[in-house]
Structure formats: C-alpha cells, structure tokens
Design a protein around this ligand. Structure first.
Ligand code: PLP
Length: 390
C-alpha cells in the first residue's frame, strides 16, 4: 500500500532533485573538502555553493551559516553558546510550547542552577507578549522562541520579540525548524541573532541541520576539533547531505508560493470538511496565524492514538501531538499549555502536508476519518452525543 503521507512536520521525503544532487558525493566525489589537491578542492567549492543556496533561503550571508547534524544540535549549540559567552548571565527565556530540543535542554540547565522562564500561551497558542516583555532582565543571557510550532503550526511574532531582546542587549535565538521553507524568512534587517533549521523537514535527508549566527555575534562552539565551519563546528563535513540541503533550500525557495497557495488550499479543505462532517471537533490554534501546511484537529472523547491505528489500516500517516510524544498517552505539553480541555486534547491528530500531497489524497482522508471517529466514539465511555462530554 502506498502511504498517504501527511506527517511532514515529523519528516519529509527526500525530493528527487535533492537525491540526484547528493548522489555523486556518495560515489565518485568522495574527496575530503579540506584536502589540498583538486579532488578535494572541488568538493570544497561545491560546499561553498550549497552554503550560498542555504543562506539565500534565510536572506543571510554564506559565512553566517554553520552546518550541523540536525535541528536539535543547532538549538543546543545556540543556547549553550549564549551561556558560555554571556559569562555572568544566568537567565534563559523560552516558551511553554517549545520542541524538546529546547525544552529538555532548558530543564537540564534549570537543574544546574540557571533560571528558566517559560512564557505561557493562550487558548489559541498566541505568546503572552506582556509576560515576555516583563521576563527580560539584565541577567538574561538568551531568549529562545520557536518561529512556528511543530504541533499546531502557530506562528510566534519572533521579529517583534527579537527587537525587544535586542533593545535590552539580550541575544535572541529562534528555532525555525518548522518555519523554514513554509513561510518567508529574511534575516537581513532582522534582530534575530541565531536561528536553527533542519534538513529533513524540507525534503533533504536526515542528519543535516543549520545554525545561522549573525555576523559579529559572540559565539562559542559546541563541537570542537578541526577548523571546519570557520572553526565554529569541528568534524569533517557531511558533504553529500550539505549538497542535498543546499539543493533542498533552493527548491523550497522556489516553492514558497506553492506552499502558501496549493498546500494551504489542501490543508484548508481538509480541516473545513473534517469540522463539517465530524461533530464536536475543533482546530487547535485555528484562531492564530499558522503555517500553511499544518492542522491540529481535536475530536472530543476519543484517543488520538486509536485514531492513528485505524488510519494506519488505510495507509494514512499522521501523528497525535508530535511524533516525539506519541507512544505516551499524556496529552502533549503544547495542547496542555494552550489549556485544551482534557477530553479534546486526548483526541487530537496533527496532519502536516507538503507539495507532494494531492487533492485525491485529501478527499480520501476526508472520506475515511468520519466513520473512524464514529466507530471509536461508540466504544468510548466518555462520549455523549447530545450533551456535554464528561
Ligand atoms: N525543533 C522543532 C520545532 C522540530 O519540529 C524538530 C523536529 O521535530 C526539531 C527542533 C528537531 O530537529 P531534528 O530532528 O533535526 O533534530
């Protein structure tokens, strides 16, 4: 069965053009880019081109791009660098809905004695900007706020938040792992100092990420060793994946409009039809500005995990909460932070589309989900069709 893949916030298929671009670097062109001879030097030039392609999707300079192994490494590096260069500063500001790549690190740092402020969000997932402003203090080393949420797609006003941090001399990092390739990013006239992206969320392979560090920003490497990445990350370059990421960024930039028209229209159709056909369902963050490809839908009084299992029988791939929390029956920390009622939060499914999805696939899903929900609700002790659920 060919999967109907609607879990692109978890990972994406490698674009055929990307595979084609990277393959020679796994076969014939295996030279080490640091080698003095032409066979290595040519690879170094290819990496330089990929760095330019990557910088272009961010409106950045090529030398502001550091290739890493993944989004998590980029997030960790940004925060640890700020703590290392901001010597006496012991405070970190973040939000309640960050990805574990930031959240778990901040929890660990809190155990080590750092002060961590997690800014709350409202019912729609909007960041509490008043609380944010109040949280910025002279001992704040760094703010780390995600650009777009992986579960709901809700977009934070990161430019405004970055400017507030800059006005107070505080470094600002954003986790743009879900934003890159889906909405325009232009760092040229921005107050953002550091930004993370991840290749496998934008049709490059797993195992490659980027940390953007604005020119002039104090930086301390996370991985030390060789002189690679201008001494900012040791380790022989992951050449094939870097070339792949460059190509994926070029494609994503060209497809930005398609993402915001075709993909958005498919997402809108999916959620409008599901809301229409399934009683007591709602979109989490539906009232906020969101990524064009993501919808988090809650169906009252059932388990998201059970919905996934029944969808799987039709080859439909989506996730409950985020992929990282599925397997646990706790509602996700994102939906809890938004105050989504327990009976709604449990029955939530995230669909995340890409340019490779078709209208036929969306129609298929619209057709299959309502009977699945009906079947599960008949089995649910909490389901009360007419009145309020427990
Ligand atoms: N940040 C966000 C918002 C994500 O969605 C993810 C992955 O799901 C990550 C960070 C981690 O990226 P990676 O899987 O490349 O480590």
């Amino acid at each position: 069965m060919t999967p109907i893949y609607m879990d692109n916030n978890a990972t994406t298929q490698v674009a055929p053009e990307v595979l084609e671009a990277m393959l020679p670097f796994l076969t014939d062109r295996y030279g080490n880019p640091s080698s003095a001879y032409t066979f290595g030097g040519q690879v170094a030039r290819n990496i330089r081109d990929a760095r330019e392609q990557t910088a272009a999707i961010l409106g950045a300079l090529p030398e502001e791009i550091i290739f890493t192994s993944c989004g998590s490494e980029s997030d960790n590096t940004a925060i640890m660098s700020a703590l290392s260069t901001g010597k006496d500063k012991v405070h970190i500001v973040t939000s309640r809905v960050e990805h574990p790549a930031v959240k778990v690190l901040c929890n660990e740092l809190a155990k080590q004695g750092y002060r961590v402020t997690e800014i709350p969000v409202d019912r729609e997932g909007h960041l509490d900007m008043d609380r944010y402003k109040e949280s910025l203090t002279p001992d704040t080393a760094i703010v780390s706020l995600m650009w777009a949420n992986n579960e709901t797609g809700v977009i934070f006003p990161v430019e405004e938040a970055a400017q507030m941090a800059r006005d107070r001399g505080i470094l600002f990092h954003t986790d743009a792992v879900q934003a890159a390739g889906k909405i325009p990013i232009d760092l040229q006239n921005s107050a953002i100092d550091m930004l993370s992206i991840s290749g496998h969320k934008l049709h490059a392979p797993k195992g490659i990420g980027v940390l953007y560090v604005r020119k002039g920003t104090k930086f301390s490497p996370f991985l030390v060793g060789g002189h690679q990445e201008l001494g900012r990350r040791g380790g022989t370059e992951n050449t094939a994946s870097i070339i792949a990421l460059g190509k994926a960024c070029e494609l994503a930039l060209n497809r930005l409009e398609e993402e915001n028209t075709k993909v958005k229209a498919l997402r809108d159709k999916l959620e409008t039809e599901l809301l229409r056909r399934v009683p007591k369902s709602r979109i989490n963050g539906g009232g906020a500005e969101r990524l064009p490809n993501t919808t988090s839908i809650s169906f009252e009084s059932i388990e998201g995990e059970s919905i996934l299992l029944l969808m799987d029988e039709f080859g439909i791939c989506a996730s409950s909460g985020s992929a990282c929390t599925s397997g646990s029956l706790q509602p996700s920390h994102v939906l809890r932070a938004m105050g989504v009622p327990f009976t709604m939060a449990h029955g939530s499914v995230r669909f995340s589309l890409s340019v490779y999805n078709t209208e036929e696939e969306v129609d298929f899903v619209i057709d299959k989900i309502p009977p699945i929900i009906e079947k599960l609700r008949k089995l649910s002790p909490f389901w009360k069709p007419e009145g309020q659920a427990c």
